[in-house]
Design a protein around this ligand. Structure first.
Ligand SMILES: [Zn+2]
Length: 355
């Protein structure tokens, strides 16, 4: 009798617990980053510290929007190149617009990955070591400033990601049309996910990029670092010449929302690019000279193999070279300001994939 009652009560309690479990939507666990623990359904902004070395330190401003419901961790990174402003400005708008109570999953925003470069207004390179942050991943915690920033981004950001967008644009000197790099890893399943991500972001040109290295210890690029850890990732480029034009900011905002919808973290359908142009080969043409660059063709124009894209002169005004397109295609970007240095880009041509 006693045992029966216990069984009955136990059963009732078990049933009640089951009903309770079913009726409460799954709340996500705390999100951990740095020394913080962020509660589900809340937003937190703070800094990741980059350890001091040789008297130099910095920090990385970020926001976590930790949704009330469980879902993927989407990482959005701006400012790896910190003279690329539209993605930076777009992600502050995203911070203000995403409602943690309605969000499924977690959005981790890195607002300005390379703060030393932002403060000193440098293109390409960090001002402390003159290294390109997007060539030193996965970084080195004992290395120079750029290498230490990369190491913190890898440990605290990439490793927490399920999906990553590395958001760039034309640097302060680059006139660039909007495109995304679809980085191929050779893993078909992963590559299909990255492809869908690139399509969802919605930029009109998509580069099929098979040039990235496969060594996780020398991943070089932030996006490639994520991919080599098995996470779908895309590098996006929308904006140019250090401008803060509304059209470019809006493209980045729209792209981020599209990806949130694509991952079903917020309701609604993404608006992918209509009939995007696929680029199956690209080449960045570098200068052989220090001097001055004068482009003759604007970004987005179709060029023929051998066509002169611009001219280099030396510091005394003497002609050095007419620089030509290596093959026919579209001018994805062209340097739009006079300084040119040996070994640095002048323009990028992309070959249109035949349908
Ligand atoms: Zn960049």
């Amino acid at each position: 009798m006693f045992l029966n009652t216990l069984k009955k009560t136990g059963g009732a309690i078990f049933l009640a617990a089951l009903v309770l479990l079913v009726s409460i939507p799954a709340a996500a666990d705390d999100f951990k980053i740095g020394t913080e623990r962020i509660k589900s359904g809340s937003l937190f902004s703070g800094y990741l510290d980059v350890p001091e070395k040789d008297g130099l330190s910095t920090r990385i401003p970020y926001t976590v929007i930790h949704g009330a419901k469980k879902g993927p961790v989407l990482v959005l990174v701006a400012g790896v190149h910190a003279y690329e402003y539209p993605p930076i400005l777009a992600l502050y708008r995203m911070r203000d617009a995403i409602d943690p109570k309605a969000l499924k999953g977690t959005v981790l925003i890195v607002h300005i990955a390379n703060l030393p470069s932002f403060k000193r207004r440098t293109i390409y390179f960090g001002p402390d070591d003159w290294k390109n942050l997007n060539r030193v991943f996965p970084g080195d915690p004992q290395g120079t400033m750029s290498q230490r920033i990369a190491a913190v981004l890898n440990e605290e950001v990439v490793k927490r990601a399920d999906v990553l967008l590395d958001m760039h644009c034309g640097d302060g000197n680059e006139a660039l049309i909007p495109y995304s790099y679809w980085m191929i890893s050779g893993n078909k399943k992963l590559d299909a996910k990255s492809r869908d991500l690139a399509l969802a972001f919605g930029l009109p040109y998509l580069i099929i990029d098979e040039t990235r290295g496969r060594d996780p210890k020398d991943s070089k690029y932030l996006g490639n670092t994520a991919i080599l850890q098995g996470k779908p990732a895309v590098t996006t480029e929308a904006g140019y010449l250090g401008l803060t034009d509304e059209e470019s900011i809006a493209r980045n905002v729209q792209g981020a929302w599209n990806v949130l919808r694509h991952l079903e973290m917020v309701p609604g359908e993404p608006a992918p690019a209509v009939d995007p142009v696929w680029i199956d080969k690209y080449e960045v043409v570098n200068s052989k000279w220090d001097g001055l660059w004068a482009p003759k063709v604007e970004m987005g124009y179709y060029v023929k193999q051998g066509q002169v894209i611009g001219t280099v002169t030396d510091y005394l005004g003497a002609w050095k070279e007419d620089v030509k397109a290596p093959f026919s295609g579209i001018l994805l970007y062209v340097i739009g300001t006079p300084p040119c240095n040996a070994g640095e880009p002048l323009f990028e041509v992309g070959r249109i994939k035949e349908k």
